[in-house]
Unconditional design. Structure first.
Ligand code: 2AM
Ligand code: CA
Ligand code: CA
Ligand code: CA
Length: 266
């Protein structure tokens, strides 16, 4: 068991408060989702609304109030350089598309990095009032109670989640889904990378793969999976924190089989 640095402990505690407040703010918007104007970014399926921007602005203000020199990277407001060892990634609403269609599978996600390495992750689902959190070496929790991956159920007895959002991923994802079904597995998708990873950590899904995500989508959830006894690839693995890349996480007993299938059609 590793000791957490005092600086990390302080930030982790602050993050738990901030993410719950941010979740309440997001939920207030969600309760009138059908009144929000849907704006597009890179294409018709890449959507955003005032809710995403307001929630990110709130989170940024709250972090700055406590840790003014830390670096911040958020999906909607970009990156500010750090003048400390710490950087935070912020996804104010992960699952914006499902949020704007009135589905409840979205969340707020925050990761804390020290010298470029994730040391704490938080995923808050306001609709379920579930706060998933983990700090490196200290296990994963849901609302303060320890959680663990499902390390018993075999590949053909549980759910594998596959995400994708780009037309050019169709061949690769088609091959993967074919492989999952051919092996007797079941594929799922809820529209939020961060919430999916939290649900892998809590034992609801056996694994998750998505070919192209950003750090704010998945660093928090990957750390929570690892601390819950799952196997998660190192998303950054030496790359820049602004780079996108594949995210992969799995319960130990399905890791090799699921990993091999994700390499099909690439
Ligand atoms: P978002 O809701 O914060 O944008 C689901 O497949 C995951 O992909 C979510 O984490 C979602 O994050 C992200 N996502 C959804 N549509 C996307 C798009 N068009 N481009 C990039 N990422 C997207
Ligand atoms: Ca988005
Ligand atoms: Ca996201
Ligand atoms: Ca988002």
């Amino acid at each position: 068991d590793q000791d957490i640095e005092p600086g990390t402990t302080a930030r982790f505690a602050t993050a738990k408060r901030i993410i719950r407040q941010a979740g309440v703010m997001a939920k207030d918007y969600f309760d009138r989702y059908d009144e929000l104007e849907i704006e597009t970014k890179s294409g018709r399926q890449d959507v955003v609304s005032v809710a995403d921007r307001d929630v990110e602005d709130f989170i940024r203000r709250e972090i700055i109030a406590s840790f003014p020199l830390d670096g911040l990277i958020g999906e909607e407001r970009g990156a500010d350089a750090t003048e400390t060892d710490y950087t935070w990634t912020i996804d104010p609403i992960d699952g914006t598309a499902v949020f704007l269609h009135g589905l409840k599978s979205w969340c707020v996600a925050i990761a804390i990095l020290k010298e470029g390495v994730p040391v704490a992750g938080l995923v808050y689902d306001p609709c379920a009032d579930d706060l998933f959190s983990a700090a490196t070496g200290h296990g994963a929790e849901r609302n303060g109670r320890p959680i663990a991956v499902d390390s018993q159920t075999p590949f053909d007895g549980g759910f594998l989640v596959v995400g994708a959002s780009k037309p050019e991923q169709s061949h690769h994802i088609g091959q993967l889904i074919e492989g999952i079904l051919a092996a007797g597995g079941i594929f799922m998708r809820n529209g939020s990378a961060a919430l999916t990873l939290a649900h892998v950590a809590a034992g609801h899904y056996l694994g998750y793969y998505e070919p192209r995500l950003s750090s704010w989508d998945c660093l928090a959830g990957l750390l929570i999976v690892r601390e819950a006894g799952g196997l998660a690839d190192d998303f950054l693995s030496g790359r820049d924190i602004m780079a996108s890349g594949p995210a992969f996480a799995a319960a130990p007993q399905v890791h090799d089989q699921f990993k091999a299938l994700t390499l099909r059609g690439t």
